[in-house]
Write a protein that binds this ligand. Structure first.
Ligand code: ATP
Length: 230
């Protein structure tokens, strides 16, 4: 019998940074966390508690100093940097507070970028998929407009469409609604919720907004580099 592995599993994960040889400072002190497919998990915690460090590890942008990290059952310690990059491109979408769109590119071109990264050349199917995603986030009318001529809320919705382009099993959202007004924040949140429910994508959603956090499937709190028991 085959069972689907958790999308993310951390066992005793620690992260220390070198802050001048030989001084190391440990920021995460043994994190245990399991995220199942389709689970939408809010991450809260004071500034500096280690939330972004945790997301960087789960997003394969950095490696733990100790402990085990598995993505869809695969222990990432067994992967070299090239394999890690491939796994990240295939499996993980990112949405940040500041969306990092390419200003001069149209909304459509920005959404096509991850697909281009995988294929290396544009094709009509890619364009159709990007247009479909923009329609799904309510931006069909502005698909051809350069990113820097969109409102903040529209830009963040483009960033969400871009993150979903590869249909990743895991989405990491670091304060994606942090710089948005209430109406735009609600639209982006609902979009992420809907996408996760429809596609079985597991989501880690860092937020300082307790009202949004309460509406997630689960809420974890990171305090001083540990997940608060609760
Ligand atoms: N590359 C690094 N080198 C040294 N220390 C680091 C590094 N990255 C993060 N830190 C430290 O790790 C701690 C946790 O930082 P982190 O950015 O993960 O917190 P956070 O919970 O995401 O905060 P915020 O809510 O303000 O974004 C902080 O004390 C920070 O200074």
């Amino acid at each position: 019998m085959s069972t689907t592995p958790p999308t993310v599993q951390l066992v005793g994960v620690r992260k220390a940074f070198n802050v001048g040889t030989p001084i190391e400072t440990e920021v995460l002190h043994g994190i245990d966390l399991t995220l199942q497919p389709g689970e939408f998990c809010a991450v809260m915690g004071p500034s500096g508690s280690g939330k972004s460090t945790l997301l960087n590890l789960v997003g394969l942008l950095d490696r733990p100093t100790a402990g085990r990290l598995l993505i869809q059952g695969q222990d990432v310690a067994t992967l070299d940097d090239a394999a890690l990059t491939r796994l990240r491109g295939r499996s993980i979408g990112f949405v940040f507070q500041y969306h990092h769109l390419i200003a001069a590119f149209s909304a459509l071109e920005n959404v096509m970028l991850p697909m281009l990264g995988q294929r290396g050349f544009p094709d009509p199917a890619m364009q159709a998929r990007a247009a479909e995603l923009l329609a799904a986030v309510g931006l069909a009318e502005v698909a051809g407009r350069p990113a820097d001529r969109l409102s903040g809320g529209q830009q963040q919705r483009v960033a969400v469409a871009r993150a979903l382009a590869m249909q990743p099993p895991l989405l990491l959202a670091d304060e994606p609604t942090g710089n948005l007004d209430t109406v735009s924040a609600e639209a982006v949140f609902m979009l992420l919720r809907r996408f996760s429910a429809e596609s079985g994508t597991a989501v880690l959603f860092v937020t300082h907004n307790p009202a949004l956090a309460q509406r997630c499937d689960r809420l974890i709190e990171v305090v001083d580099g540990r997940i608060k028991p609760g």
